[in-house]
Design a protein around this ligand. Structure first.
Ligand code: GDP
Ligand code: IMO
Ligand code: MG
Length: 431
């Protein structure tokens, strides 16, 4: 595994999230010195299973489960301090040490405020069926304020309490007018918001650092750095299936702006893809199986959201979509996850292309109006039986499973160097 970390590496989701990034980051972190989150916020949910114990992180990098690893939260993250401290308290209670020694937070990160969550939920509720199906964690409104600038609050602002007070009073005053007119929402008490965030700031202070500067020093010192992507390439605000995306650059491209390092810092890009497709929330999904196949995958794969517990929509693997993500993210190694879930199916389909208005498309198009109309073209492969979770070498897998993996890697254009056959850290085959 060390090879993946020579020249540092980024782990990135290639579908619509929940590919098992948490599991693979934790697996690779055995050889890492530093793990960095660079995008998104508490809308992410990364699960890890160690010796039967289950953990889920929303904001903390998964490196917290490896003693000695330094975990960084980059400037590209939108931080909800309430969730952060809840997560820290819960993990510390369970014996996972978290302190300013192994966790550092960028002073440039932006904060998710209570009115962001209120606006996210109000907007989704008012839109009804036309909503995006967000996690209601305030992500879109927090990033909007970041771009808006005068209505944003950053981690650094927490250290200047007098100015923070003024800022919060101004922003909440303005926001209350908007929320009232648009959604007839009750006003937020600015003083309460100020006091809560002032206290969060005092608690956060020992963790706050200059993450970009630290990373540049670590890279120069030859430390092995892993960038933990959240969400996935198809949810990237610029390159995903817009508008059914999240509000950050959550492909690998976001790591440079989201953590503050130059591009040559990272040589390896490990793309995570599950052996089928899932999507939570709304938006086009060409290979969706809203039938007994989808139900079979959901139940065997426990495909329920880590953050919201919503049932995930399930379907066949979409090689058209993943090839696009592999190209976009510069992926040079794949980790294929959840292969065990497909055991027991007679046959397995792979989408190898799309037909659009009678014509074959030669490349994925991140345009929801086109995607909503495309017809997937499938190749069918034989399935396999039996529990493969105990396999520890690729050659131990049923021949049909091996063929499935080899077919996928050829279609997406990158080698499957890791194959995951169960949620446990140890259920990972390296090729
Ligand atoms: P992430 O957001 O990409 O980190 O993925 P999630 O943690 O939200 O969802 C992936 C789920 O699949 C979690 O419940 C993992 O424990 C589980 N998981 C990961 N890899 C495997 C695997 O190879 N097989 C099975 N059965 N479960 C897996
Ligand atoms: P991880 O890191 C799956 C989806 C939401 C919704 C859309 C916008 O666990 O893979 P948002 O709250 O971000 O404004 O919602 O994006 N979404 C995810 N789906 N896994 C995630 O993260 C996701 N993060 C956002 O479901 O459709
Ligand atoms: Mg998840």
């Amino acid at each position: 595994m060390k090879a993946f970390l020579e020249g540092n590496c980024c782990v990135v989701g290639l579908q619509w999230g929940d590919e098992g990034k948490g599991k693979i980051v934790d697996f690779l972190a055995e050889d890492a010195d530093v793990v960095v989150r660079y995008c998104g916020g508490a809308n992410a949910g990364h699960s890890v299973r160690i010796g039967g114990e289950k953990y889920a992180t929303h904001l903390l990098p998964v490196g917290v489960f490896r003693p000695g690893v330094i975990n960084l939260i980059g400037n590209g993250v939108v931080l909800d301090p309430a969730v952060l401290f809840q997560e820290i308290d819960e993990l510390v209670r369970r014996g996972v040490p978290i302190s300013p020694q192994n966790l550092k937070i960028s002073y440039k990160a932006h904060l998710v405020m209570p009115y962001h969550m209120q606006e996210d939920a109000a907007r989704e509720n008012a839109a009804g069926a036309k909503g995006l199906g967000t996690t209601k964690r305030g992500i879109g409104p927090a990033y909007s304020d970041k771009m808006q600038r005068t209505t944003a609050v950053r981690v650094a602002d927490l250290q200047h309490e007098d100015k923070l007070k003024e800022k919060v009073a101004f922003i909440v005053g303005e926001r209350n007018k908007v929320l009232k007119v648009l959604y007839d929402a009750p006003p937020v008490d600015w003083k309460q918001v100020f006091e809560t965030y002032r206290d969060f700031g005092r608690r956060m202070q020992p963790f706050v650092d200059d993450v970009g500067y630290l990373l540049i020093q670590y890279a120069r010192a030859g430390k092995r750095i892993m960038f933990e992507g959240a969400h996935a390439a198809l949810l990237d605000v610029d390159h995903g299936t817009y508008p059914y995306v999240t509000s950050s650059n959550c492909s690998s491209l976001g790591l440079f702006t989201g953590s503050g390092v130059p591009p040559q810092t990272v040589r390896n890009f490990v793309g995570i893809m599950k052996a089928y497709s899932t999507r939570v929330g709304d938006g086009p999904f060409p290979t969706e199986q809203a039938n007994n196949i989808g139900d079979y995958i959901r139940e065997r794969g426990n495909e329920y959201g880590t953050t919201t517990r919503r049932p995930r929509r399930c379907g066949w693997f979409d090689a058209m979509a993943v090839k696009y993500s592999v190209d976009l993210c510069g992926v040079n190694a794949i980790a294929l996850t959840l292969l065990d879930v497909l055991s027991g199916l007679d046959h397995i389909k792979i989408c190898t292309g799309y037909r659009y208005r009678g014509q074959r498309l030669d490349y994925f198009r991140a345009d929801m109006d086109v995607l909503a109309e495309v017809e997937p073209v499938y190749e069918t492969l034989p399935g396999w039986n039996g529990n493969i979770t105990g396999c520890r070498r690729f050659e131990e897998l049923p021949k049909e499973a091996q063929t499935y993996v080899k077919t996928l890697e050829k279609l997406v254009g990158a080698p499957a160097r890791m194959v995951s056959v169960g949620p446990e850290r140890t259920a990972t085959l390296v090729r």
